[in-house]
Design a protein around this ligand. Structure first.
Ligand SMILES: NC(=O)c1ccc[n+]([C@@H]2O[C@H](COP(=O)([O-])OP(=O)(O)OC[C@H]3O[C@@H](n4cnc5c(N)ncnc54)[C@H](O)[C@@H]3O)[C@@H](O)[C@H]2O)c1
Length: 244
């Protein structure tokens, strides 16, 4: 590893927004540590990037597995940026949500984010940055109360960490994406996708690169003195325009 480069660890990097973020951070000159739950498609996508750059590595582990997370972070020569992007999502009306669904989503989206950030903060130096990927859904949404709760949790965690880590010089911010065309979005029925797109002021679904660009802003060593902020990148949906 070229340890004169700043090192960024991206979770959920095997596909979607995490993969787009990896590409963007490589362009920005970081050494990128890609983390995802399963070896595939992580390994295949990492191999394609390694063909063009020796500044990328990949590791299959769960963000909820503290010993594995701690071991990986301890193996890195430095850690300048953590992008807490991995999460799970599924639809379901409140009446049908099981306690198990609720706990499972909370475990990955909130506890996993917490575990990653806590282990990262142990080794981070002044000026390091943590970027949590929340969701516009933290505000509200139809038929996904566990997801809304977990993303409101990610926002709360961002703000709490920003205060507690400020004196260590670690900046903590979050991105709240709206509809983005990834496997997560494609897991919805075509009818539900069309219904959600119709509510967008832009009438468009965003692309993973749109979110990667926002993450890159918070991840940049040039972005100083910004912490505890939530940047919503949702095609204007959070303005509430669809209700007028
Ligand atoms: N796609 C959207 O419309 C949308 C909207 C708002 C917010 N987001 C958020 O953006 C982020 C990325 O979403 P995406 O659309 O790229 O989703 P995705 O499902 O395509 O990718 C998520 C990745 O996280 C990984 N992951 C899940 N659990 C994990 C675990 N325990 N440990 C390690 N990795 C794990 C998955 O394997 C997957 O590769 C998520 O936090 C999501 O909640 C997405």
């Amino acid at each position: 590893m070229a340890n004169e480069k700043e090192v960024a660890l991206v979770t959920g990097a095997g596909r979607g927004i995490g993969l787009a973020t990896t590409k963007r951070l490589l362009e920005d000159g970081f050494h990128v540590v890609m983390v995802d739950l399963a070896d595939e498609p992580l390994a295949t996508n990492a191999a394609a990037l390694k063909a063009a750059s020796n500044s990328v590595e990949h590791h299959a582990l769960s963000i909820t597995d503290r010993p594995a997370v701690a071991k990986l972070i301890a193996s890195l020569p430095r850690l300048d940026v953590l992008v807490n992007n991995a999460a799970v999502f599924w639809d379901g009306k409140f009446d049908a949500v099981t306690e198990d669904d609720f706990r499972q989503m909370y475990d990955v989206n909130v506890v996993g984010t917490f575990v990653m950030a806590q282990e990262a903060a142990k080794v981070m130096k002044r000026g390091a940055r943590i970027v949590n990927v929340a969701s516009r859904a933290y505000l509200a949404g139809y038929a996904h109360s566990p997801y809304i709760t977990s993303k409101a949790g990610a926002v709360g965690l961002t703000r709490g960490m920003a205060i507690d880590l400020a004196e260590k010089g670690i900046f903590v911010n979050a991105i709240a994406p709206g509809l983005i065309e990834t496997d997560m979005f494609r897991s919805l029925t075509p009818e539900r996708q069309a219904e959600l797109i119709a509510k967008q002021p832009t009438k468009e679904v965003g692309q993973p690169e749109d979110i990667a660009n926002g993450i890159a802003f918070f991840a940049s060593p040039r972005t100083r003195n910004v912490t505890g902020q939530i940047l919503t990148l949702d095609g204007g949906r959070s303005m509430g325009i669809s209700i007028y």
